[in-house]
Design a protein around this ligand. Structure first.
Ligand code: MG
Ligand code: ZN
Length: 494
């Protein structure tokens, strides 16, 4: 419905606009004051409830003439909905006696944008508008987004009673939750890490821990809500029980071009290129990840309590994330202003590739026979970090990653003067995003895992014992035969 200017006096101009363009207003609300010869002469009111859009170019001071369209009123599209009630017009959209989500009227709202209020949804177009404003805000403050996992990435939590000496360490907090006692240990360097990152990244917590747990941990990490604010996404708000990826579209409606992730698990992010996978932190013995998604296997070898205090992973990751941030804005500054936003995943990919760039690797005894090499984690890691994998020890090969000393490939590599290392070398490179010193990870007779060595010894012993048994059996049989011949001979003789 159009709102028409009816005044026929000469010299009419617009005064102050009394409503905000694009918002919902009720019937008889004032839209605009108008002036005749510079004096306020009247008010224009809305003829009905609705969303107002003012005519083009309408602002205080412009001339108005009879018959001109001042504004158009349209029905509310319900762009913002909370618990089935429209946030604009206030209409209850739920069917009478219906359950949550059962609406008698369609709403355009369908995106849940606010971490801790999943009931609040907004329309696609509004989400994009907000998302785009968020992006602009990040770029002008020269920040990126960092999604931070909690368990085993920056903390380790135990829900079991603690031995007294565990409490002697610093950065340990004990608290009650759901009538149980929990103990949380911060990974070494966590506080410094988060404080430094806050200057470069807008940080969000994304965890499979329950809401209360997530907020309790946030309180420990960030008592003034300075680092994470209300940006906490817990199990209660995650859309999927297996993948954290599903919420990205809602949180970042304009795309995830600025999003970087740190997590000890790659599967929950569906091996996203934005993920910087972190070696799991384990402080309490015999306790894994208390909030791991169901039916999932653990990743990468975990560390035990004995060397937990030597963990320096966050110092390495701080260097990696600082570098990614700086490289991103270096490139950003070089592009034209009207060019599309750069994707941080490209920067991550490039930086990751530099780590093992130029390495040509052969695996020996690493992948069990019958298993597809391309499907293994170790293959994926090597390729992601820039290495080339080949099947045989040829001229170009730089490294042989071996499980056992004495295989043909290891011998060949030694003859050709190649680096022969254990699989730990790969993990060390991946962990630090830096090529590790080969000498420290050289494959020797001793580096064959002790269990395997014991196993081989036992097998050899067993085989020898079997041979002995066989030999004895042959001898016994021989002896028996001899005896029987002798016996027969004796009887014949008699
Ligand atoms: Mg985790
Ligand atoms: Zn509405």
């Amino acid at each position: 419905m159009e709102v028409i200017f009816e005044e026929s006096a000469a010299d009419c101009t617009a005064g102050h606009l009394k409503a905000i363009d694009g918002t919902f207003v009720i019937k008889d609300a004032v839209l605009l004051e108008f002036k005749i010869k510079g004096e306020v002469a009247g008010k224009i009111k809305t003829p009905c409830d609705g969303v107002v859009s003012f005519g083009k170019g309408l602002k205080p001071g412009v001339a108005l003439s009879k018959g001109q369209v001042i504004a158009t009123m349209s029905e509310c599209q319900h762009d913002i909905v909370i618990k089935d009630m429209c946030g604009d017009c206030g209409k209850d959209l739920r069917e009478k006696g219906g359950r949550a989500g059962q609406r008698k009227e369609q709403a355009t709202a369908n995106v849940s944008m606010i971490h801790h209020v999943p009931e609040l949804i907004v329309s696609d177009s509004l989400a994009k508008k907000i998302g785009s404003a968020d992006e602009t805000n990040l770029i002008t403050t020269r920040k990126l987004v960092l999604l931070v996992d909690l368990d085993q990435t920056i903390i380790h939590t135990s829900d079991k009673p603690m031995s007294a000496d565990a409490e002697k360490h610093k950065d340990i907090t004990k608290y009650n939750l759901h009538s149980r006692v929990y103990t949380t240990k911060l990974r070494p360097h966590t506080t410094e890490f988060l404080n430094k990152m806050a200057a470069m990244y807008e940080m969000h917590i994304v965890t499979y821990g329950q809401r209360q747990y997530a907020h309790r941990i946030a309180q420990i990490l960030d008592p003034d809500a300075r680092l994470f604010g209300q940006r906490i996404l817990s199990r209660d708000e995650l859309f999927s029980a297996q993948h954290k990826t599903r919420n990205l579209k809602a949180l970042f409606p304009c795309g995830d071009n600025l999003v970087v992730i740190i997590d000890d698990r790659a599967d929950v992010w569906q091996y996203s290129e934005a993920l910087i996978q972190i070696k799991p932190y384990r402080f309490f013995k015999e306790v894994g990840d208390i909030n791991a998604p169901k039916d999932s296997k653990e990743q990468m070898p975990v560390q035990i309590e004995d060397d937990a205090h030597e963990d320096r992973v966050l110092e390495e990751i701080e260097r990696v994330l600082t570098n990614i941030h700086d490289k991103y804005y270096e490139k950003h500054d070089l592009k034209d202003a009207d060019q599309a936003l750069l994707d941080v995943k490209e920067v991550i990919k490039e930086e990751r590739h530099k780590v093992l760039d130029g390495c040509v690797i052969v695996f020996s005894g690493i992948v069990p026979t019958g298993e597809k090499l391309e499907r293994t984690d170790i293959y994926r890691l090597c390729v992601q970090f820039g290495a080339t994998i080949v099947p045989e020890v040829v001229e170009e090969v730089t490294h042989v990653v071996g499980a056992r000393y004495g295989t043909t490939k290891v011998h060949q590599a030694h003859r050709l003067g190649k680096n022969v290392v254990t699989v730990q070398w790969v993990y060390a490179c991946v962990e630090k995003w830096m090529k590790a010193d080969e000498k420290q990870f050289e494959l020797t007779k001793e580096s064959t895992p002790p269990i395997k060595r014991k196993f081989i010894k036992r097998m050899k012993k067993r085989r020898r014992a079997e041979e002995m048994r066989n030999q004895k059996a042959v001898m016994r049989r021989g002896k028996a035969r001899r005896e029987s011949i002798v016996r027969r001979w004796m009887t014949v003789k008699k």
